[in-house]
Design a protein around this ligand. Structure first.
Ligand code: P5A
Length: 442
């Protein structure tokens, strides 16, 4: 992508409305634009990152055995009347009437709709276990939307829903998602800590929030310091292995960890003082087991091996991609801007032409840009007329992991400079060596 042809509305000034660093950097880097309170457009740079986050989430959901579908944002009120949540959900639910005066709503979550899909098609225990997920917009009319897309009214959620014949089966489904979540957040460069959590309007009595520690987090959390260094399940995790997954769950719940709503001061005091961490955190995921709460009242039943009808045991599992993007920035930035982990970077490499219009610089940059692009390296080429200083500032702000800098003096010697955005380390290489190195992904 040539920057001169891209749409990257960088802000020079710090936006006044942004209270936390991720919100400030997302606005300055031209990633998002507020459209009304708590409702955002994702501009091209932001959209690239969001797509990368979704791709990691999707890969790990699929690996764990979940199956993707897509449900609509608008739902009929009737479904929610069946479960009893239409009245219970209160003012957070955006209620809409269509032209036939039918009551609709913009879905805040999809337990009812997925239960309706399930009961329409599944009749036998032989079709279980089943876990269906989608990545779809939600709307919650939050009283205090704030911090940009961290707590917005319209937001993206990956929500998965599991169906099993028994409680034991459902616990295995829960453990699958538990392990998949640990892997997902780790691949996004985050150490997420599962903490026993309150279930709120979703219901049930087994629930964990996945929290990443950050000073700007909205939740107050308490945990054992071992969680900061626990290793996550590997790529070879066998999601069919009931005992293996139980062992992962047991390990990750063997130490104290709770949000303030579930905090047990006495139990926390029992942790040796030097091992206690009390901090602030961001909730990036939340999983629930709620048994037959929806299946019972909505008639989602299957025939068991005993020939009888059984209400299925269900769980639901959420991740907030549009919250994860600012959460990653909170965890990874410096005074000059964002530092993207490779897995979610909007581009792999940026080529910076220090003197656009200079024939030798232009030729060297075109050569680099062409070769890298052909090698499948997603490259942003800054071919604009800006001063070199402004180009460096932009490159640091938008956080592309590798900068290739071509200036008249080095190019005259057949060389360019490579800068690592994270460490600031610089290296001078010949143009050919740079192409070989970067094209091989190192
Ligand atoms: C689980 C999946 C649920 O809604 N039903 C379906 C369950 N859980 S939850 O905890 O309420 O939300 C899941 C995740 O969505 C993100 N999230 C938000 N992101 C941005 N702005 C918001 N206002 C917002 N509300 C929830 C969080 O990551 C949360 O863990």
């Amino acid at each position: 992508m040539r920057l001169s042809r891209f749409f990257l509305p960088i802000l020079k000034e710090n936006p006044k409305e942004a209270e936390i660093v991720s919100h400030r950097l997302m606005l300055r880097a031209g990633m998002i634009k507020q459209q009304s309170q708590g409702i955002y457009s994702w501009l091209p740079l932001g959209k690239r990152v969001l797509d990368k986050v979704n791709a990691v989430i999707r890969e790990e959901q699929n690996r764990s055995g979940a199956i993707e579908l897509l449900m609509p944002t608008l739902q009929s009120a009737e479904l929610w009347q069946e479960s009893g949540r239409y009245d219970a959900y209160g003012k957070e639910m955006l209620r809409i009437k269509d032209r036939q005066d039918r009551a609709m709503l913009y879905g805040p979550t999809n337990e009812e709709m997925i239960t309706d899909i399930f009961r329409s098609y599944v009749r036998s225990y032989k079709d279980l276990p089943l876990n269906l997920y989608h990545i779809q917009l939600k709307f919650r009319d939050e009283i205090r939307p704030r911090f940009g897309t961290m707590r917005s009214r319209e937001f993206l959620m990956k929500d998965a829903y599991s169906f099993d014949l028994s409680r034991e089966g459902a616990e295995h489904a829960y453990n699958r998602m538990f392990a998949a979540y640990l892997r997902t957040f780790s691949r996004l460069g985050l150490q997420a800590i599962p903490m026993r959590a309150d279930t709120g309007p979703i219901g049930g009595n087994l629930s964990h929030e996945f929290i990443i520690l950050a000073d700007t987090g909205e939740s107050e959390v308490f945990c054992h310091k071992d969680f900061l260094t626990f290793g996550v399940p590997g790529e070879d995790t066998d999601f069919e292995d009931v005992a293996g997954l139980q062992a992962i769950f047991d390990k990750w719940t063997s130490r104290y960890a709770a949000t303030s709503e579930m905090h047990d001061a006495a139990a926390f005091e029992a942790v040796p003082e030097g091992d206690r961490v009390s901090a602030r955190g961001i909730e990036v995921g939340h999983i629930f087991y709620f048994g037959t709460k929806y299946s019972e009242v909505m008639g989602a039943k299957v025939q068991g091996p005993d020939g009888k009808e059984h209400a299925v045991h269900m769980g639901s599992y959420g991740i907030g991609p549009t919250r994860l993007v600012p959460a990653i920035i909170e965890a990874s930035h410096d005074e000059n801007g964002i530092i993207w982990p490779k897995a979610v970077a909007p581009f792999d490499v940026t080529v910076i032409n220090m003197k656009t219009g200079d024939a030798a610089c232009d030729a060297a940059c075109e050569k680099l840009y062409g070769a890298l692009t052909r090698a499948g390296i997603d490259t942003l080429y800054d071919d604009t007329d800006e001063r070199a200083g402004a180009k460096f500032a932009t490159a640091d702000l938008i956080g592309v992991p590798v900068q290739v800098i071509a200036g008249p003096r080095s190019v005259a010697a057949g060389e360019i400079e490579i800068k690592d955005r994270k460490t600031g380390a610089r290296e001078t290489l010949t143009i050919e060596a740079a192409i070989n190195r970067l094209a091989s992904g190192n």
